[in-house]
Design a protein around this ligand. Sequence first.
Ligand code: ADP
Length: 455
Amino acid sequence: MFGKILIANRGEIALRVHRAAHDLGIKTVAIHSTADANAKHVRLADEAICIGPPPARDSYLNIPNIIAAAEISSADAIHPGYGFLSENARFAEIVAEHRIGWIGPEPAHIRTMGDKVEAKRTAARLGLPLVPGSDGPITSLEEARAVADTIGYPVLVKAAAGGGGRGMKVVPTAADLETALGAARSEAKAAFGDDTVYIEKYLGNPRHIEFQIFGDGQGHAIHLGERDCSLQRRHQKVLEESPSPALSQAERNRMGEICANAMAELRYRGAGTIEFLWEDGQFYFIEMNTRLQVEHPVTEMVTGLDLVREQIRVAAGLPLSVAQADVRFRGAAIECRINAEDPETFTPAPGLVSDYHAPGGLAVRVDSALYNGYRIPPYYDSLIAKLIVWGDTRGEAIARLRRALSEFVIGGVKTTIPLHQRLVDEPDFLAGDYSIKWLEQWLAGRAESDEGTAG
Ligand code: ADP
């Protein structure tokens, strides 16, 4: 087992990894930018090293400085968290070249799944059902027309290097294709430095359902059930739950088994998430994330497993601590992503946290790096806390969520807590009756009725 892990991240996820490491008796090294000198993960880690100025490209994405920090501190492994360098195959290779343990999948698997066109090809080969679309990148307008005519409008133009919902354009009719293709290409080029795009059928009203998988790299893999992440704004997840209110036990078992078998065949190592859209009882693969997800705690709450601990074990060459037959799914868990944003306009609202009180009680978990007097820096993601609750039933989880949200105090900055408070009282949410379109339609409806009241 490793003796010391360097955590190449910040915020709540750095803290999450630190806690799992300490539970295993492993020492931790925090890295931080100058803007994060007072961060909680820096204070709690056994050692801390400043790796650069505030902009992420100079600090949390600065590979030479991070490797130097690992060497100086004699860390024997690096955990990348999510975001930043977690899906950078070259970084994973460099870590290995320096004989430092990499707590993540094989670089080759990161590379394949990071290219969505390659990922779809691989998924097809492994027997996963795909969204109908182009068989590879689109190289000309003629080719785009031919593909779109075959699958039928509306279609979606997507960036092969895409992420975070960027580089995606909906094409309602043939007349819109040329403009959308150009717009998707330039957005992809600007955001990812790669203008490769492909085309997919645009599904009208699907749910986003993803499966958590785990492989040992030796040809064994298990699944830990699914998460329903349909509540999204601008293709970004807002609230996630497990199990999905839409799936039957039979569907869960069937799809979970298909995913686990695919990962066993790939000899995948570590944690991964296979994302699907789900419509009319059919699953359609959209992408695979080769890292820990933001929403992994809901899976931990229903399975009782520590996913970071499993990641560390597998990276150290140990087997998974459970076999599929040992995995028990119990109750229901829900996570709210709480952002430092205006809950109406979603404008980022960093600043001084003048008052902080986290909710507590049975089956309430808060993953956050906030504390009283902490100043949220303006340079990074606006996620400041994740509130996760568990209940024996979904109803019990929702009641607990409502209570926990009412206890949560984050003073001095605007947060999305009020949004979640309204959401948990919505009849459609209570009924579990929502698709990926629901949240935006609900927000638009509320904006309209506010205008009505004002007028
Ligand atoms: P990213 O990597 O940018 O997050 P994804 O491929 O994971 O992109 O898609 C993000 C979200 O975009 C999905 O959860 C879904 O809401 C929407 N989406 C993606 N593909 C389709 C599609 N073919 N039809 C309808 N919506 C889609």
